[in-house]
Unconditional design. Sequence first.
Length: 291
Amino acid sequence: MELRMNPSRTQRPTRRAFLGLGAGLLGLVVAASAVLPLPAAAQDRFIVMASTTSTDQSGLFAHLLPQFKKATGIDVRVVAQGTGQAIDTARRGDADLVFVHDKVAEEKFVAEGFGLQRREVMYNDFVVVGPKSDPAGLKGKDVVAALSKLASSSAPFISRGDKSGTHAAELRYWKAAGVDSPVGKVGGYKECGCGMGPALNIAASSNAYVLTDRGTWLSFKNRGELAVLVEGDTRLFNQYGVIVVNPAKHPHVKKDLAQAFADWIVGPEGQATINAYKIGGEQLFFANARP
């Protein structure tokens, strides 16, 4: 808008015109403020958590995270991967904390200075599921004996093969059964390089055996002819831990917000929320944080 100075009174802008101009500018300011970025404090009220596919695909986070946000106002954005990949994500500084289930890898992560402290949160267990007809005769309580039988058969077995906590546990069981590496040595062994849900889908569609955490199994709908065949071995115990990424390694990490989650999940409210998550009346995870 152009205003020209003119000695003629009739050509001068009136007070009303200036007031109208001011109101228009005010409207522009208000409109602009609606699209301007929010203050950094409001924008940054979220954390990125690298976690396992089991905590995500079991439905636990859909139950848990809204309660955490209600208590703290903090959003949690989950990157669901195998434990090995989740720890690598945190090691690169692409997550503020990790929530995974491979104690050896977690302790190494902390020892290398990438994590502040490992805190135990909850547990469930692993089970071996397979076709109800059980052609390899695995049914029982001993996971090592079951894999020994599987090694001498041609029955199909689906491995996640993704360096997840479940995959790491599976390899330990194979080794205990006398098989250092099942690839190429166990006739029906196939790696999918996928999460727990997809691995179960492949097993269901091919009537194969598979090692799974019980939480994902209980939430899995497409079971086909699969059933739990091996359970109850103390070696199938499956512990989860949470670790805040060390800001000394990655200064951009939201240490305080991540610590708020770690403190909440091992505190009374978080532990009670974990225990309250059930499917069909059956509890999926059992809180066991130390006081």
